[in-house]
Design a protein around this ligand. Structure first.
Ligand code: KMH
Ligand code: ZN
Length: 287
């Protein structure tokens, strides 16, 4: 096989992405949430040991508030690359209060991947703003910089924007079209099997891989449906703070471990980072 052809990852493998922090939970309400760089690196290392191959990153400032500070973002990418082998994905969603211009600048930190949400969605009492001009500018920037976009889909209608984006601007840098369904957000699609089946059925044929995550109590139904459908999994304290009613999550690695156990029952074992890079058509990298 020529080195230019995409490497084919194992059919019985699974990509587990960990989303350790998010922008919505306050440190005061959840002391186990990794909000400092040191805590984030430990959470990433433990998650990697438990079977994760990609980390979806939101950073916080010295007061544990969501931040898109350029220096912090660069330092975070560097620390994660130096101290883990994980594929590093920076959130361009940030928090609902972050200005669009600042969210575009996230790519200056040179992550492997960036999240790219495909449309505006109600987000509890807030609005998560992703108008078409922003989506298309971010996508073209990711293409220019060689950053892999992960298309975040919060609602069925956002799939139409993926069709529009690919039709108008062509595929991402190395041709991997990787989507992640974020389900169960109040204002977005519900975290149910019928919703996932409908959203998945609407995907364009160019999609090469997809994962899903269910927020809050939808985490397990979404994970089990995803496994039944052959998708990949995203888990983490960005999305889920209880294992079951009344039982708080202690660490991100605990959620990764649960995902790996569930996947194992479905006959699938986690991709290591090299396999994940092959799936996502990212260049191999050594530390
Ligand atoms: N924090 C949400 C408003 C992303 O990371 O791209 C947006 C979010 C999506 O978490
Ligand atoms: Zn996020």
């Amino acid at each position: 096989m020529s080195s230019h052809e995409p490497r084919t990852p194992r059919a019985d493998g699974i990509l587990v992405t960990v989303a350790p922090t998010g922008a919505e939970t306050a440190k005061a309400d959840c002391p186990a949430l990794p909000t400092t760089l040191e805590e984030l690196v430990v959470a990433a290392q433990e998650s990697e040991a438990a079977g994760a191959a990609m980390v979806h990153v939101h950073i916080r400032d010295d007061d544990h508030a969501p931040s898109l500070d350029a220096t912090r973002l660069r330092d975070t990418v560097q620390a994660l690359h130096e101290q883990t082998d994980l594929v590093v994905q920076l959130s361009t969603g940030g928090s609902v209060h972050d200005p669009l211009e600042q969210r575009l600048k996230v790519l200056d930190a040179e992550p492997d991947s960036c999240s790219l949400t495909l449309g505006t969605v109600n987000f509890g009492d807030d609005v998560f703003l992703n108008p078409w001009p922003f989506v298309s500018e971010l996508y073209q920037l990711a293409q220019e910089r060689g950053v892999l976009p992960e298309f975040e889909i919060f609602d069925l209608g956002q799939v139409a924007t993926l069709h529009r984006l690919l039709d108008r601007y062509g595929p991402p840098p190395a041709g991997a079209v990787h989507c992640d369904f974020v389900m169960g957000v109040p204002g977005g699609m519900p975290g149910t099997a019928p919703a996932l089946v409908a959203a998945h059925a609407a995907l364009p044929p160019e999609v090469t891989s997809w994962s899903a995550t269910g927020v809050g109590r939808t985490a397990l139904p979404v994970a089990l449906t995803t496994l039944a459908m052959g998708g990949h999994l995203r888990v983490g304290m960005e999305d889920t703070l209880t294992l079951r009613r009344g039982v708080p999550v202690e660490s991100n690695a605990q959620l990764v471990g649960r995902a790996v156990r569930l996947a194992g029952e479905a006959g699938r074992t986690p991709y290591d980072v090299d396999e994940a890079r092959a799936l996502l058509r990212l260049p191999a990298r050594g530390r």
